[in-house]
Design a protein around this ligand. Structure first.
Ligand code: HEC
Ligand code: HEC
Ligand code: HEC
Ligand code: HEC
Ligand code: HEC
Ligand code: HEC
Ligand code: HEC
Ligand code: HEC
Ligand code: HEC
Ligand code: HEC
Length: 327
């Protein structure tokens, strides 16, 4: 008897929910169910936040509630962190230490202030809990992780805009630690980094990389080819140092020798080509030297940019007669 009653109830519930589901699906009000559940998610999340926001409210000097103006503030999205997802449950901070009654620090302190700052690995761990994969696959062991840099050394959480994410403001963040690159970007020849057209992250993955120097791609050259595709080749006659690494001759951040050269030609070329030169062609600067009345004409090969006057195809040549990179 009891069993049949139970079965009848089950049947009714199934019918009822089935009916409701059918209704929702055929309804002219899509997303109704979703809106309701989002509201519930948001309420639950705000209730969790209230553990902290009952004290850390609009009266704080440093902005705290402006978190709600960031992507981490979307309370209707179940993936979004609450205060405690980042700062830890922090029971002893919320209630005070049960023995001493002192309000100890929250589990994770990101910024020095009332309490000492947590170490870099502790600060990165909650972030990595949600943001692993793809771009951060090589975080562990990479230059930043290895040298005590944490996620929040670059990112902010509570400010409405995170400077490091915008092309124009990103370099400021990097320059707080990388002074040499700041100086380079102000030289005569430079990538338009300060102009906001090329960003550090166009060439580097600051989270880690399988290439050298946190390169965004696997090699320096692959990184450059993203924008300078014409230098990729293939060439009939390659120039070995170009194939190997663009940074053999260029300083990508900036230089006073145009275009972004590491040293001044012809000396730059002669760092590798220091033997006697085969060509005795009587043109170029040596002729100019003679005209200037010098007793010994300066060697045509070591004056000015002379090498490139003849060897104009330094990056490689596709001419059948381009073996000496002259055409
Ligand atoms: C009962 C009140 C209270 C509650 C609840 C509370 N805090 Fe605090 N919190 C304080 C006080 C007091 C300080 C000391 C510094 C100050 O005056 O802001 C503090 C400091 C902090 C600091 C360091 C601020 C700084 O400027 O150095 C952080 C971070 C923090 N709390 C996070 C949290 C988090 C996260 C929660 C929730 C898990 C929480 N707090 C809950 C009262 C509270
Ligand atoms: C509980 C999971 C969670 C935790 C913990 C978390 N995040 Fe996020 N984060 C998210 C979600 C969800 C988004 C929004 C993603 C989207 O819109 O696709 C996001 C977005 C971001 C973005 C992109 C913001 C933008 O405006 O595009 C950055 C940067 C970021 N998080 C950094 C951090 C850092 C740094 C920490 C640690 C201090 C952290 N996150 C902790 C879930 C989390
Ligand atoms: C050295 C500075 C630096 C550090 C340290 C850093 N980031 Fe970033 N992060 C950036 C930059 C720059 C961008 C923008 C990248 C772009 O535009 O491609 C970014 C973008 C992001 C984004 C949004 C885009 C995406 O990749 O989905 C997330 C999420 C993020 N970082 C999370 C983290 C986490 C988690 C950590 C710590 C493990 C961390 N970051 C450490 C500089 C940093
Ligand atoms: C995504 C991770 C994340 C979430 C979520 C988060 N915080 Fe923070 N919190 C940080 C980081 C990182 C800092 C360091 C300052 C900054 O980056 O803006 C910080 C700083 C603070 C500070 C110190 C203020 C300062 O700048 O000195 C307080 C207080 C605080 N958080 C409380 C809260 C409260 C309350 C919530 C929930 C409403 C919360 N946090 C949610 C990551 C987070
Ligand atoms: C909090 C300080 C800090 C900030 C901010 C910072 N870095 Fe670094 N960076 C370091 C340290 C420390 C190292 C490792 C030591 C070194 O090579 O100087 C490093 C190393 C590097 C390297 C060399 C990697 C290698 O393998 O030798 C690159 C490239 C780099 N950072 C790029 C960036 C970019 C791009 C940004 C901004 C998005 C940035 N950094 C922001 C501290 C920082
Ligand atoms: C056009 C591509 C490009 C851009 C943009 C770029 N870098 Fe680099 N960066 C490189 C290359 C390539 C190297 C490796 C140079 C080498 O091997 O000599 C490098 C090396 C570095 C190093 C390591 C230097 C060393 O001697 O170990 C740091 C630090 C660095 N970059 C920071 C930055 C910062 C900060 C920015 C933004 C202001 C930035 N880079 C923008 C391509 C770039
Ligand atoms: C995100 C795109 C981008 C990447 C990646 C990039 N460049 Fe550039 N490069 C530019 C732009 C934009 C200019 C400026 C062009 C102009 O001013 O007309 C430029 C200019 C140059 C110049 C000429 C500078 C001058 O003063 O005339 C050289 C040399 C150069 N890049 C080398 C490199 C090398 C080497 C790499 C790889 C390490 C690289 N670039 C990666 C965008 C890029
Ligand atoms: C052997 C030294 C050397 C190497 C290696 C080298 N370059 Fe150059 N690059 C030069 C010289 C010299 C110039 C100036 C040419 C001139 O003024 O005739 C130049 C000019 C440039 C320019 C500006 C003018 C133009 O041709 O567009 C770009 C862009 C450039 N190089 C990109 C690259 C890239 C990308 C790589 C790596 C694939 C690379 N370079 C490797 C020596 C080199
Ligand atoms: C980092 C070293 C390096 C630099 C810098 C360099 N080269 Fe080369 N160059 C080489 C190597 C290696 C070869 C291949 C030599 C071989 O095949 O015997 C080569 C080949 C050549 C050739 C073809 C010679 C032949 O026998 O095939 C010419 C021409 C040349 N370089 C001119 C220049 C000029 C002009 C510059 C300056 C813009 C320059 N190189 C800078 C290393 C360099
Ligand atoms: C006036 C034109 C001219 C100038 C300037 C010039 N070269 Fe050459 N170079 C040639 C010719 C032509 C050849 C082909 C060999 C020959 O015909 O003697 C050559 C050949 C070479 C070779 C192939 C090996 C060899 O010695 O035959 C290298 C390497 C080279 N030049 C490097 C340089 C460098 C580095 C500079 C600048 C210091 C330079 N050249 C300046 C015309 C010139």
């Amino acid at each position: 008897m009891k069993l049949t009653k139970f079965l009848i109830i089950v049947l009714f519930t199934m019918l009822a929910s089935g009916f409701k589901m059918g209704y929702a699906q055929s309804s002219q009000l899509p997303n109704l169910g979703e809106t309701v559940s989002r509201e519930i998610i948001a309420k639950e999340a705000l209730k969790k936040d209230a553990v902290c926001t009952k004290c850390h409210d609009a009266s704080e000097t440093a902005p705290v509630l402006s978190l709600y103006q960031t992507k981490h503030g979307l309370r209707g999205d179940s993936r979004t962190p609450t205060c405690q997802s980042c700062h830890g449950t922090s029971d002893k901070h919320v209630k005070g230490d049960p023995v001493t009654k002192v309000r100890v620090a929250p589990d994770i302190v990101f910024k020095k202030g009332a309490y000492p700052i947590s170490d870099d690995k502790e600060r990165s761990s909650p972030c990595l809990g949600c943001h692993t994969g793809t771009k951060r696959n090589n975080w562990d062991g990479a230059a930043h992780q290895n040298n005590g840099v944490a996620c929040n050394s670059c990112h902010t959480a509570h400010k409405p805009t995170d400077k490091v994410l915008a092309k124009v403001t990103q370099p400021e963040v990097c320059f707080t630690c990388h002074k040499e690159q700041r100086a380079d970007t102000k030289k005569i020849s430079h990538h338009p980094i300060l102009e906001g057209k090329v960003s550090c992250a166009d060439c580097h993955n600051p989270h880690g990389s399988s290439g050298p120097k946190l390169m965004k791609k696997n090699t320096v050259n692959e990184t450059c080819f993203q924008c300078h595709a014409e230098k990729r080749g293939p060439f009939l006659f390659e120039h070995q140092p170009v194939v190997e690494d663009c940074a053999n001759c260029h300083n990508p951040h900036g230089s006073n020798i145009t275009p972004l050269l590491k040293s001044r030609p012809p000396f730059m070329c002669q760092e590798c080509h220091d033997g006697p030169h085969a060509s005795q062609s009587p043109v170029g600067p040596s002729a100019a030297g003679k005209q200037a009345g010098l007793t010994v004409a300066p060697n045509k090969n070591v004056v000015g940019r002379a090498c490139m006057n003849c060897h104009s195809m330094v990056h490689g040549s596709n001419s059948p007669a381009g073996g000496y990179l002259q055409r």
